[in-house]
Design a protein around this ligand. Structure first.
Ligand code: DX5
Ligand code: ZN
Length: 214
C-alpha cells in the first residue's frame, strides 16, 4: 500500500523532525493539504511551507489543493517540487484543460472527489488521469470520522477505471486508520492518506507500518 502521511496533523514547530520520522518509518509520499478558506471552511498553509517540505524531504510531494481556481497555481506548485497535483473536480470549470496543463508542467495529475460527488463525473476524463482521490470526509479538517459510503464508492470507481481502460491509482483521504484502511484496500484503494492516525500516534512508525502492509 502507498502511504501518504498528511502534514496537516504534524507538529509545525518540529516539522523537520516529523518529516524525518515518517520517512524513516517507510512513508511513500508526503501529503500537503492547502486550504484557502473559500473552497473549504479552513485555512492551512501555502507555497513557502510546501517548498520547505520539498527541501527537507526526498519523498515525492502529493499536493492536495482545497482551493478555488487551482489552475492559476500550476507552475507555482511545480516550482515547489510537487510530484503530484491534486485538484478538486468541484473547483475546476475546465477540468480537461487543467489536467493537460498539470501534465505539461511535468507533474502527475490527480482529481479529487468530495463525498457527495459521484464517480461517474469522471467517465470522460478517467483515461487521462494518474490518480483519483476519494475524500472519505468532507475536506477542511483533520481528525474527522470516516464516511462509510466511501467503501462502496471506491468499488464503483475501481470498476469505472477498469471499464475506461484507465490506469489511474485510487487514493483515499480522511478518517484513515488500520481498520478503515483495510476496508479501503479491500475495495480497491492503492494509496492511503493519514493525518491524525500517524501524527497523533505515540509511535508513528507503527501506524505507518499498519497501513503499509495492507
Ligand atoms: C482533510 C485533508 C486530509 C486530512 C486528513 O481535508 O484533506 O488530508 O489531513 O486527516 P485525518 O487523517 O486526520 O482524517
Ligand atoms: Zn488531503
Amino acid at each position: 500500500m502507498i502511504v501518504a502521511p498528511s502534514l496537516l496533523s504534524a507538529d509545525f514547530g518540529h516539522l523537520a523532525r516529523q518529516i524525518e520520522t515518517v520517512e524513516a518509518a517507510g512513508a511513500t509520499w508526503l501529503h500537503c493539504d492547502v486550504m484557502d478558506g473559500v473552497f473549504v471552511p479552513n485555512i492551512s498553509f501555502g507555497f513557502p511551507v510546501i517548498e520547505t517540505v520539498g527541501k527537507l524531504s526526498g519523498l515525492p510531494l502529493d499536493v492536495h489543493l482545497m482551493i478555488v481556481e487551482p489552475e492559476k497555481y500550476i507552475s507555482r506548485v511545480r516550482d515547489c517540487g510537487a510530484a503530484i497535483m491534486n485538484v478538486h473536480v468541484e473547483a475546476c470549470r475546465h477540468l480537461h484543460r487543467t489536467v493537460q496543463e498539470i501534465h505539461n508542467a511535468g507533474m502527475k495529475a490527480a482529481v479529487t472527489l468530495n463525498p457527495a460527488t459521484p464517480v461517474e463525473l469522471l467517465t470522460d476524463i478517467a483515461a487521462d488521469l494518474d490518480m483519483v482521490l476519494v475524500m472519505s470526509v468532507n475536506p477542511g479538517f483533520g481528525g474527522q470520522s470516516f464516511i462509510r459510503h466511501s467503501i462502496e464508492k471506491i468499488s464503483r470507481l475501481k470498476k469505472l477505471l477498469n471499464d475506461c481502460g484507465s490506469k489511474a491509482l485510487i487514493e483515499v483521504d480522511g478518517g484513515i486508520n488500520a481498520a478503515t484502511g483495510a476496508e479501503c484496500a479491500q475495495a480497491g484503494a492503492d494509496a492511503l492518506v493519514a493525518g491524525s492516525y500517524v501524527f497523533g500516534s505515540p509511535n508513528p512508525a507503527v501506524a505507518i507500518e499498519s497501513l503499509r502492509i495492507l
